[in-house]
Design a protein around this ligand. Structure first.
Ligand code: AMP
Length: 437
């Protein structure tokens, strides 16, 4: 009976080889950029109390209402695999009293996130985001810094045809009164709307702006605009963000229809898109969430942040990690002569033969090489000596060391020359070749 094989779940993937290297490289460049700008790494748990997202992200959002991986643990607690990173970071900020530290507290992460979405190119059920969150300042300079950092990051990865859309949602009060105006407009044109937009007029009317439905688009063309209803201080904040981006020469388009899929945003919102991505055009986005920390039980604390998806960066950009440095030493072991490896003793025990002795010497040589920071590997597949040397060539090693009777033999794999050397001398020779390279 054949056993059915098991594949990775839909919307997830294994990251192997070259791809794994490219992803590590993306994370490394992001770490360098963000740490240089004063952001410190944070890691939060993969799962959180479900309540965190219901309260923080908003019960009416798609993420919370449809896309969460929620389960009950052995003690009956409702837990959810994190669908986004801002609410967990704010939870950690409150839990660890980070408001008592000098403000703003600037944190960054590179973590996996989970959403039960319709899987397609660029949209997965497990994906990885690089994100940054800065808590404790409502200075518009911080909004501009966030946007500039994200722009630098995406430019570093040469994301094609990047567009930055920028908007402001105003304060919660502005948004609430604007929401009423929008609802009135949508109700008046109810019949022309896409059914899912019409269904959500009462619950989440702002999401109408995400629709591509022609009738909805026509209705929205004459809808009141949020930017026209901002309070003077929010408008001033937004204008300052725009002026700082002008000064930084970061191009943007003001877009009064930009709403993001999470309820906690206030004031500045932004999104980078790349037309290299097709339907899933968002590479990354973010905004200000001045009420979120308080909503999670902390003191009133402003905050702003963003997240970019690594999978989308890979699709929209050109990332070429440098080649890993080549192997310097491949340690070969003279195979034991037939029957000469482990010999039986009259008492039934085993006596270690010459082959195992050579293996031990070879292993010591490997460890000494690594201690000297030489990139070294040892034969592990019991090949013939010829097979081992072939393998050393395939691995593009600079040298092979052959361990057998007497001192090890160092073979230069470029010119084929060989020399018997004491282990220490052998390593010195390998290091000297690196110096000359
Ligand atoms: P969001 O948290 O929805 O604002 O998303 C921020 C970024 O995360 C997006 O611009 C994408 O780059 C990435 N992202 C969000 N959802 C997914 C997904 N299902 N699959 C792949 N990337 C995603």
């Amino acid at each position: 009976m054949s056993i059915a094989t098991i594949s990775a779940p839909r919307g997830t993937s294994d990251v192997l080889g070259e791809q794994a290297r490219t992803r590590s490289y993306i994370q490394q460049l992001a770490a360098d950029l963000l740490q240089d700008a004063g952001y410190q790494r944070i890691e939060t748990p993969t799962f959180e109390a479900t309540q965190l997202f219901a309260r923080g992200v908003g019960a009416a959002t798609d993420i919370v209402s449809k896309e969460m991986y929620t389960f009950t643990d052995g003690s009956g607690r409702s837990l959810t695999l994190r669908p986004e990173g801002t609410a967990p970071v704010c939870r950690a900020y409150v839990q660890h009293g980070l408001h008592r530290r000098p403000q703003p507290v600037k944190l960054w992460y590179a973590s996996s996130f989970y959403r039960y979405e319709r899987a397609q190119k660029g949209r997965y059920r497990q994906f990885t985001q690089i994100g940054a969150e800065a808590l404790g300042s409502d200075d518009p300079t911080l909004d501009a810094e966030c946007i500039v950092l994200m722009h630098q990051l995406l430019s570093t990865f040469r994301c094609r045809n990047l567009r930055l859309r920028l908007g402001s949602l105003g304060s919660t009060a502005t948004r609430a009164s604007y929401t009423q105006l929008l609802q009135e407009h949508l109700r008046a044109h109810h019949a022309s709307l896409a059914p899912e937009v019409a269904d959500r007029i009462e619950l989440n009317p702002l999401r109408a702006f995400d629709s591509q439905h022609p009738g909805t688009l026509a209705v929205l063309a004459t809808a009141p605009r949020l930017l026209d209803h901002l309070q003077p201080h929010d408008l001033e904040h937004f204008r300052t963000v725009c002026a700082l981006l002008d000064a930084a020469s970061v191009p943007y388009e003001v877009d009064s229809t930009l709403v993001r899929g999470l309820d906690y945003y206030q004031r500045t919102v932004f999104e980078f898109t790349s037309d290299a991505l097709g339907a899933q055009s968002g590479v990354g986005g973010g905004g200000r969430y001045d009420g979120l920390v308080q909503q999670l039980g902390g003191p009133p604390t402003p905050g702003v942040g963003w997240a970019a998806g690594i999978e989308r960066i890979l699709l929209a950009g050109e990332v070429q990690p440098p080649q890993p440095p080549p192997l310097e030493l491949y340690v070969c072991v003279e195979p034991p002569t037939r029957g000469g490896d482990v010999e039986g003793t009259p008492s039934g025990g085993a006596r270690v033969g010459r082959g195992s002795h050579h293996q031990g010497v070879a292993f010591e040589l490997l460890l000494a090489a690594r201690a000297a920071r030489i990139r070294a590997e040892i034969e592990l597949a019991r090949r013939s000596l010829k097979g081992q040397l072939n393998q050393a060539h395939k691995r593009r090693a600079r040298f092979a060391a052959i361990v057998g009777e007497g001192r090890p033999l160092l073979r230069d794999l470029r010119d084929g020359s060989e020399e018997q050397l004491e282990p220490q001398q052998l390593l010195t020779r390998v290091l000297a070749a690196r110096e000359r390279a």
